[in-house]
Design a protein around this ligand. Sequence first.
Ligand code: GLY
Length: 386
Amino acid sequence: MKDFKTILKENRAFAESTFEKLNKKTLQMAIRSREKLVDGVNENGLHKEVEPTWWTTGFFGGMCYMLYAYTKNEEYLKTGKAQERLMDAAFLCERELHHDVGFQWHILSGAGYTLTGDEDSRRRAFYAAATLFSRFVIDGKYIIAWPGQKEKDWTIIDSMMNIPLLYRTSELLGDDRFARVAKAHADTLIRTHVREDGSVAHIVEHDRETGDVICTYAGQGCAVGSSWSRGQAWGLYGFILSYIHTGEKRYLDTARRIADYFLSEVKDYGYLPRVDFRAPEDAPLYYDSTAGACAACGLIELAKALPEEEGGFYMDGAVRMLRAMEEKFVNYDTENDHLLDFGTVRYPIPGVYTPEQAKVHISIIYGDYFFTEAILKLLGSDFLPW
Ligand code: GLY
């Protein structure tokens, strides 16, 4: 296997040509959707609006900020700032904010503060961090998911992408309390979510005193014990981010275990991610492009964290996935607002969710976000929004 730098060099032309087309499209989207908080698209392929509290609202502005970091085009900066302002209404919502505030404010206001030094951005990220911090269960040592589930303590693997907000807050404040909570949570999830073979559970119900597993749920996967691909990607990228923020080797090892498992599951499918790696063999083939895009980001960061020779395996996997997705899933038409097609919200369990209810093969903003992030990483961008 070639070392990761050689692989990067050999794929430079692919990354450059993909970026050129992607940037042309996202620039138009940044101008067209500046004053809208968005998640997916309507029947005309244009962004449709969502409420400021919705968990995906940080991705569009975050994507604009990371493109600003790379291109220095002020149109991206203007959109990032506008999106932050639109999100402020969420702080005054009727119910408490939920567990996904890192997805919302870390990559938006946290990134905005890093890029511009704007104190309003720093305050927004701090409020979000305080909310997440307040969800920590002291005895069980985990961050509880969802408001309204308080009679049952559930945690989800998605949370691994939210806790970088806590590491960053500790870095900014020079106070390690936030990072300690993040590490305690990550350590619990290694014990309760990551299985022996490197696959991960989506939802776990815990004993509040010990943190032990009471039971697991299918979550957005096809069954209890299954392997929902976006959850695998949240774990893969999330654990390598915990390693980047803390330097603790157990997080690197965990990310690597999940990565080995993920790559073994995509390689027989042309490096395209199915919605659930344990879906019944006779079921229709459902893809989730968002899982592939997020996993590619994790694989690239994992490759960079390892010695160059060892990292080659993971960089090779990331590039194969990105090339396969670029060919099959990407839409460069500048008249519409979706870059990546074939995103899927949840597995359509027969008799429970129709493919339409499960939102199978649609465009979702975080697919666009992670695909863009991965291509920027291939180009050598060292701006890490997480
Ligand atoms: N965090 C919810 C999802 O991945 O769909």
